[in-house]
Design a protein around this ligand. Structure first.
Ligand code: ADP
Ligand code: AMP
Length: 215
């Protein structure tokens, strides 16, 4: 099964994708993670993307479509892909449809995760991630069980994203509504859209997604 988790920054896409990876053996295809890896590695793509990402704008369709196209050629996606943060524009959505068709794959469900803006800002500003395994946390909503220690691995370091500040986040929200929210209508028209309440508790959202994927 191949699905898209569609929602604004902070809606919980990464959090829920990791549950699906652990539970169902799917792979998480996060263009944000892939771009951050390119920035960290200092590649040409990373150099072109860094300032754009820090300001909360979108990198070009050409770059992200290229990244996803290459990733879809790797064998592990055959077990089911979760698109997280891609597509983000109508051009990317069209390209994804074409790529999947060309590779003999299909899109089974698009799960829209809806959440209100002030909650999203609070979530993003309190977000941090284990530098060892990438597990995501929140200062208030999902602190590690033992302070300073990852629940999932032995690494004890955490990182915060440079774009998880209020200014960049307000811009990311604006960009979401302008460029990405039209995809809700796009996938509704294709009849594979489901909606979950992203404001619910993490476990409740997991349950709603499981239900949406059954239908
Ligand atoms: P996204 O990938 O959509 O940008 P994340 O999954 O990284 O969002 O979640 C953003 C922040 O909100 C993280 O700190 C995460 O721990 C927290 N979070 C995720 N889902 C919920 C939820 N349902 N309730 C409260 N906090 C949540
Ligand atoms: P994310 O980790 O999904 O919040 O993405 C972080 C940043 O990476 C975004 O604000 C964009 O600058 C960039 N990015 C990630 N995915 C895409 C995409 N599909 N299209 C354009 N830019 C993207």
């Amino acid at each position: 099964m191949n699905i898209i988790l569609l929602g604004p920054p902070g809606a919980g896409k990464g959090t829920q994708a990791r549950v699906l990876v652990e539970r169902d053996g799917m792979v998480q295809l996060s263009t944000g993670d892939m771009l951050r890896a390119a920035v960290a590695a200092g590649t040409e793509v990373g150099k072109r993307a860094k300032a754009v990402m820090d300001a909360g704008n979108l990198v070009t369709d050409e770059i992200v479509i290229g990244i996803i196209s290459d990733r879809l050629d790797e064998p592990d996606v055959k077990g089911g892909a979760i698109f997280d943060g891609f597509p983000r524009t109508l051009a990317q959505a069209d390209a994804l449809g074409d790529l999947l068709a060309a590779k003999g794959m299909s899109l089974d469900k698009v799960v829209e995760m809806r959440c209100d803006d002030e909650e999203l800002v609070t979530r993003v500003i309190g977000r941090f991630t284990c530098s060892g395994c990438g597990e995501g946390y929140h200062d208030t909503f999902k602190p590690p069980k033992v302070e300073g220690e990852c629940d999932k691995c032995d690494a004890n370091g955490f990182v915060r994203r440079p774009d998880d500040n209020e200014d960049a986040m307000r811009n990311r929200l604006f960009v979401y509504y302008k460029e990405t929210s039209p995809l809700i209508g796009y996938y509704y028209a294709k009849d594979n859209l489901a909606m979950v309440d992203g404001t619910a508790a993490i476990d409740e959202v997991t349950a709603q997604i499981a239900q949406a994927l059954k239908n």
